[in-house]
Design a protein around this ligand. Structure first.
Ligand SMILES: [Zn+2]
Length: 322
């Protein structure tokens, strides 16, 4: 077996961008950040548009919308009078956090505590009681994309269906007694594991938060899962957020470690990074900053449970009393 540096690239990720998901004959709300939300517009007023998506209702602020494209002419949706906001300018902001069904509650409690410590009193993290089952539609399957390349690098016949190819690769690896071959079995398991679509989970997170996202002091909502997450373009992600939806998702699957504190630290760094996106932070060049862009777990482990000074200034400004 040859090619360990090449097959290393199978493991690696990429992340962050705005995502869309498709729905036939849908209205479309195009966001200023380039994203789009498809579904049926069920209500709208001067401040917001409510879209019924496959994953539930999503409320989008007008300020984030570039254009509303309606699927066809039909009666205008019912308009409700604008709600007069009565924000307390000194009140802290709120981040809503929940675990998808199956996620580790103890871990989420510890991660929440750590991120609260890192961000200080201007952001309050509020748990949402719901634990929705992750939306399993459009599971992302990376086998057809990666198995032929793995077969070629291991000099195994690369033809056939993903099932045939996976079985052939597994048999070839199991027949090879060398200890260094064992890592390829982990790579094979990784490729064969179906990923949840982050756009689905983010729409679900926004739906779970529901009307609470209309409160201007609510920064957004983040759902935590122990399952693998991805997009069609990327191999896997540790986390992602869509600022237009004000929703994000964090996966701790790839943070696995025998030590609870290590997993909690890694997940806290990721929740901090995902929260940073909701606060308006871009990627950061400082490799120790929570908003750095890691290509693998080793790079993720260089990040600290805090923002660099430059990112911290942006965060402090975003969380300042209004
Ligand atoms: Zn930074």
């Amino acid at each position: 077996v040859r090619g360990s540096s090449r097959s290393g690239s199978f493991l690696l990720l990429l992340l962050l961008g705005t995502l869309t998901f498709t729905l036939a004959r849908a209205d479309e709300v195009i966001l200023k950040n380039g994203g789009a939300i498809q579904g049926r517009i069920v209500s709208e007023d001067e401040q917001k548009v409510v879209v019924e998506t496959k994953a539930g209702k999503v409320t989008i602020e007008r300020a984030r919308i570039r254009e509303v494209v309606r699927s066809q002419a039909r009666p205008q949706p019912e308009t409700s009078p604008p709600v007069a906001p009565t924000p307390d300018p000194a009140a802290p902001f709120t981040l809503l956090v929940f675990g998808f069904d199956g996620a580790d509650r103890r871990l989420i409690t510890e991660v929440t505590r750590r991120v609260t410590t890192a961000l200080g009193p201007r952001l309050r993290i509020t748990p949402i009681a719901e634990r929705p089952k992750p939306d399993e539609r459009d599971l992302i399957d990376k086998r057809a994309e990666h198995l032929p390349a793995m077969a070629r690098s291991l000099q195994v016949d690369p033809t056939g269906s993903p099932e045939q190819l996976a079985a052939r690769l597994r048999a070839a690896l199991q027949a090879d007694p060398r200890p260094e071959v064992r890592q390829y079995e982990a790579v094979l398991d990784d490729i064969c594991r179906p990923r949840l679509a982050v756009a689905r989970l983010e729409a679900q997170a926004a739906a779970s938060a529901g009307e609470r996202l209309r409160d201007p002091s609510v920064l957004g909502v983040v759902g935590v899962t122990g399952r693998d997450i991805s997009t069609p373009e990327l191999n896997f992600l540790f986390g992602h957020a869509d600022r237009g939806l004000r929703a994000g998702v964090v996966s701790y699957l790839r943070f696995a470690d025998p030590t609870f504190d290590v997993v909690a630290h890694r997940a806290a760094v990721q929740l901090l990074s995902t929260t940073g996106v909701l606060l308006g932070l871009g990627r950061c060049e400082d490799v120790t900053c929570a908003r750095a862009y890691p290509k693998n777990l080793a790079e993720h482990d260089r990040k600290q449970e805090q923002f660099c000074a430059a990112c911290r200034r942006v965060v402090d400004a975003a969380l300042a009393p209004r």
